[in-house]
Write a protein that binds this ligand. Structure first.
Ligand SMILES: Cc1ncc(COP(=O)(O)O)c(C=O)c1O
Length: 449
């Protein structure tokens, strides 16, 4: 700590000046985090918390990776900023590396400062390139908080923006969710009818520029599609001249045990959007990558889009270091191997706790879904409960885990478990043990209902 700074009661000041979460902030009681290392963060009172969801599923390398920190220092000393129209070492190096690790066919890059503005860029590119306007997204999805990305978001974070606070031109298809199919089918006899439904929409909407999907839905429940889904969607898009946008903001960068989730099914999107793990969240960077064919369109068309901080060198240099560290530590393969162990440990909880409806995931990306009853798959809470600030069972379980030194992300009626990719098996045991102990709250809630 810098000794010349006047001592400050951080929590008190934060609450008094009201620069909190903006989220039911009256009852907000923040933890004051002062340090972090490896898979843990540390609060001012000296408590250490295992970060079982890598914050917002983004600190993939864990905290204090020396190579990434060094890259940030060196870039700050050399060239802290230059406008995006100039060439820089960091941009050239990152672009070369992206060609190595991104799915085949993605060759041109637009650099932003977050996932939401990478999606904004993707939607604009899709519209300008195709000359069409509509984008089909799915209900169980999150694509960001700015006007087009929130319009593409199927989950309740969109509701407050209806109808005028969001960009027009977005329509919603049913998600792929084989645990609780929104169109009441069951896999495999359904023949992946949710994809057929989406094709029906394309045919009847007309003027569709693109379909945007999280290849594995993230915050909304780590929904892994059956193996036919994405290849089928790719074919449908091709048949109708519609672009396929993969939003890999959360699923990219080894999270699912592949560099990118689409690789699991050999699908090449026309546009891929990512952020978060691209710098292990050390600095804010987003990326919108397109095929060379789409990019060529803009050789002689005006691309009416850009940012002061586009391709900011302070964000690109740590991305180079992040990718090299991922390669050096073989983290994608590690996510697959150690992630399988995490999955096994979580699946064992299902046998023990009646409140666990399903455990699903792949790589280092898992959801534990809580239900009031397994037969009806009825959740403890609804999306409406979340929006209206009613107490959620998942939040109570998460708070109990915090008491045991484990931090976890909860959403409506499930947890998203996505630790740093460097997590050890012993730390997985520690995190799973805390969840195991805290789940008594949900088990009891069944008895009480
Ligand atoms: C799939 C997906 N897309 C987009 C976003 C938005 O990214 P950001 O919060 O960096 O704007 C998120 C954020 O969680 C996400 O999970």
């Amino acid at each position: 700590m810098n000794e010349t700074v006047t001592p400050l009661n951080v929590v008190e000041t934060t609450k008094r000046l009201n620069y909190g979460t903006w989220r039911f902030q009256k009852s907000w009681n923040p933890l004051h985090v002062v340090d972090a290392e490896g898979c843990c963060f540390i609060t001012a009172d000296g408590r250490r918390y295992l970060d079982f969801s890598a914050q917002l599923m983004c600190v993939n390398l864990g905290y204090k990776n020396a190579a990434v920190i060094r890259a940030m220092e060196e870039q700050a000393r050399t060239l802290p900023y230059i406008a995006p129209s100039y060439a820089t070492d960091a941009r050239a190096r990152l672009s070369e590396l992206l060609l190595e690790v991104l799915p085949k066919g993605l060759e041109k890059f637009f650099f932003t400062t977050s996932g939401t503005d990478a999606n904004e860029a993707g939607f604009k590119i899709a519209r300008m390139y195709t000359g069409k306007t509509k984008i089909i997204a799915r209900y169980r999805s999150y694509h960001g908080s700015t006007t087009a990305s929130i319009a593409a978001t199927g989950d309740p974070r969109r509701w407050a923006m209806e109808p005028v606070g969001k960009a027009p031109g977005f329509v919603f298809a049913p998600e792929v969710n084989c645990y609780k199919c929104p169109i009441r089918h069951s896999y495999p006899s359904c023949g992946v009818a949710c994809a057929d439904y989406l094709e029906h929409m394309i045919a009847n909407e007309s003027n569709v520029a693109a379909v945007v999907v999280e290849p594995v839905v993230g915050t909304n429940g780590v929904l892994v599609p059956p193996r036919e889904y994405l290849p089928k969607l790719r074919k449908i898009c091709d048949a109708h001249g519609v672009l396929l946008i993969a939003d890999e903001v959360m699923t990219g960068w080894g999270r699912t045990g592949e560099w990118f989730a689409v690789n699991h099914w050999g699908v090449e999107p026309d546009i891929l959007v990512t952020a978060k793990g691209i710098t292990s969240a050390y600095v804010p960077l987003g990326l919108c990558a397109t095929t060379a064919k789409i990019a060529r369109h803009f050789d002689d068309h005006y691309f009416a889009h850009g940012h002061t901080y586009e391709a900011h060198p302070m964000t690109l240099a740590p991305a180079v270091a992040t990718i090299r560290e991922m390669q050096r530590l073989d983290l994608v393969d590690r996510a697959k191997r150690v992630g399988a162990y995490l999955g096994e440990r979580l699946q064992a909880l299902q046998a023990k706790h009646p409140s666990v409806g399903e455990v699903r995931g792949l790589g280092m990306f898992w959801a534990v879904e809580l239900v009031r009853n397994r037969e009806g798959k009825e959740p403890f809470n609804t999306m409406r409960d979340k929006v209206e600030g009613r107490p959620l069972v998942v939040d109570q379980v998460a708070a109990e885990m915090m008491k045991r030194g484990v931090s976890i992300q909860a959403w409506v009626s499930h947890f998203v478990i996505a630790p740093p990719l460097i997590i050890s098996e012993a730390q997985i045991d520690e995190g799973v043990a805390a969840l195991d102990e805290a789940l008594y709250i949900a088990d009891r809630a069944i008895a009480a209902s």
